[in-house]
Design a protein around this ligand. Structure first.
Ligand SMILES: Nc1nc2c(ncn2[C@@H]2O[C@H](COP(=O)(O)OP(=O)(O)OP(=O)(O)O)[C@@H](O)[C@H]2O)c(=O)[nH]1
Ligand SMILES: [Mg+2]
Length: 460
């Protein structure tokens, strides 16, 4: 699929930098280079994938805009599969903008967000899962997220989906043969379940099981620190962040808003949130703050409930433990102020109150126990073995498509065990194939495609 228009965009962040890059893709890219570039040496013969030094001038040839390096990558051996021109100039937004304007004068048009990648996909340079992986790489907040994105960009997910497709096609081939010879099949004879269906179900379930972990790697872990006032929540945030981010005083009710800070632990982005202390609110502002805490706790991957080990437990502590104990996320109790003499010990608490919690002793003041707390956070992502394999799903879109494929495969299995005609099984398998094809983009609606690429940045 070749596009007739030529697109151009600044591919580097707007702002002052050493260098900035303008990208041009389409049939006019090479001509635009010839018209705007004045090589410093006469031997510039526009060889593909070679950088040339010279000046960029205005379209009318009267003004020099900048000294640059230009590289032409001829179709089809370029990112988009079309002729691509990259102009590397000085990273001044005014220079970048003026070069872009000259390209528009020549007839290029501004690229939409993600349009370079969209063209790469439309021209068969990559499948949709690889295109989406680029977005994962660009927005990666941790080394592990980058690793997963890179593996997907190299086609790991596409290959896994391809293997699953092959299984379904083999199963379908067997079924089509059965449909052709239905008169030879004795009545009441239930055809055997094609082993490929079973294998495909197991493969999809395995991929789906990676989603939660992969999301933690790519989006980071949301850790919410809660507890009653004055137990040391803000002090804990500051100690973990290594800087004074939240105000700490000995006045209960100091923190009112949510205070967030992202740190990196073991290659993972950890988004810490300090919250208002939970108690019977003393004014409208405090009530707002406490309501926010309860709302926010719903989005936690890990909740750290801070208790003060140096003072007797109160009904407020019990209330907070009670109201969090059945949550579907990891729960850690951090018994703080271990540098002071302890006035209670965990074995004095009823077992059912502590059920489902990991318990650690810490001191936000001295730093004792914080390494164990950090380890508990990173351990919550589970093993990192699957990452090297690359077969992890990170996008909700992929998860939903896999779930849809799984539903149809289960239904296919059901048709066989219920002794229904093989046509029904074949129908379900075709639906499962369609669902898998949504992942790689073999079969996808145009509006979904636009939605995917519109979330990319301009110039990618
Ligand atoms: N000795 C000791 N004091 C601590 C420790 N952590 C916090 N504190 C003190 O406890 C008091 C309250 O600390 P904060 O961090 O403001 O407590 P908080 O839970 O954020 O309180 P609110 O914002 O009111 O909910 C301050 O005086 C801190 O210096 C600790 O580990 N040891
Ligand atoms: Mg606080």
């Amino acid at each position: 699929m070749t596009q007739t228009d030529t697109i151009a965009a600044i591919a580097t962040p707007l702002g002052t930098a050493g260098l900035g890059i303008i990208r041009v893709s389409g049939p006019m890219a090479s001509e635009a280079g010839r018209l705007l570039f004045r090589p410093a040496h006469p031997n510039c013969n526009w060889q593909s994938h070679h950088a040339y030094h010279g000046d960029i001038v205005s379209a009318c040839g009267t003004t020099t805009l900048d000294e640059v390096l230009v590289t032409l990558m001829r179709a089809p051996h370029s990112f988009t599969g079309e002729d691509v021109l990259e102009i590397s100039c000085h990273g001044n937004p005014l220079i970048l903008q003026s070069i872009l304007e000259q390209l528009m004068t020549l007839g290029c048009r501004p690229a939409r967000p993600g349009e370079f990648t969209e063209r790469a996909y439309l021209n068969g340079r990559m499948d949709l899962s690889q295109a989406e992986a680029l977005a994962t790489i660009i927005s990666a907040q941790s080394a592990k997220a980058r690793q997963i994105g890179l593996a997907q960009m190299k086609g790991s997910l596409g290959r896994k989906v391809g293997d699953l497709r092959m299984l379904l096609i083999e199963a379908l081939a067997g079924l089509e043969a059965a449909i052709d010879f239905t008169e030879d099949v004795h009545e009441n004879e239930t055809p055997a379940l094609p082993p490929q269906i079973h294998e495909a179900i197991a493969g999809i379930e395995l991929l789906l099981s990676t989603y939660r972990q992969a999301r933690l790697f790519t989006c980071g872990i949301n850790v919410i620190i809660t507890g009653k006032p004055n137990v040391g929540k803000s002090s804990l945030l500051n100690s973990l962040a290594g800087r004074k981010k939240a105000i700490v005083t000995d006045i209960p009710g100091t923190t009112r808003d949510l205070i967030t800070q992202t740190i990196t632990l073991g290659g993972l982005a950890v988004h810490l949130t300090d919250t208002a202390g939970i108690r019977k609110p003393q004014d409208a502002i405090e009530k707002e703050g406490i309501d926010l805490v309860w709302e926010h706790l719903e989005q936690a991957d890990i909740i750290v409930i801070v208790l003060d080990g140096s003072k007797p437990l109160t009904s407020e502590d019990r209330h907070i433990l009670e109201h969090n104990k059945n949550r579907d996320c990891q729960m850690i109790i951090a018994v703080n102020k271990s540098d002071l003499p302890a006035v209670w010990s965990p074995d004095q608490l009823p077992d059912d109150l502590l059920q489902g919690f990991d318990m650690l002793k810490i001191s936000a003041k001295s730093g004792d126990g914080l390494d164990a707390l950090k380890k508990a956070v990173t351990d919550s992502t589970g093993s990192s073995d699957i990452v090297s394999d690359g077969g992890m799903i990170t996008q909700l879109r992929h998860k939903l498509a896999l779930e849809k494929a799984l539903t149809h495969l289960m239904a296919a299995r059901e048709t066989i065990t219920a002794g229904r005609s093989p046509e029904f099984t074949a129908f379900e398998l075709h639906c499962a194939l369609d669902a898998l094809d949504e992942i790689t983009g073999k079969k996808i609606q145009e509006d979904i495609l636009h939605k995917i690429f519109s979330s990319f940045c301009i110039g990618k």
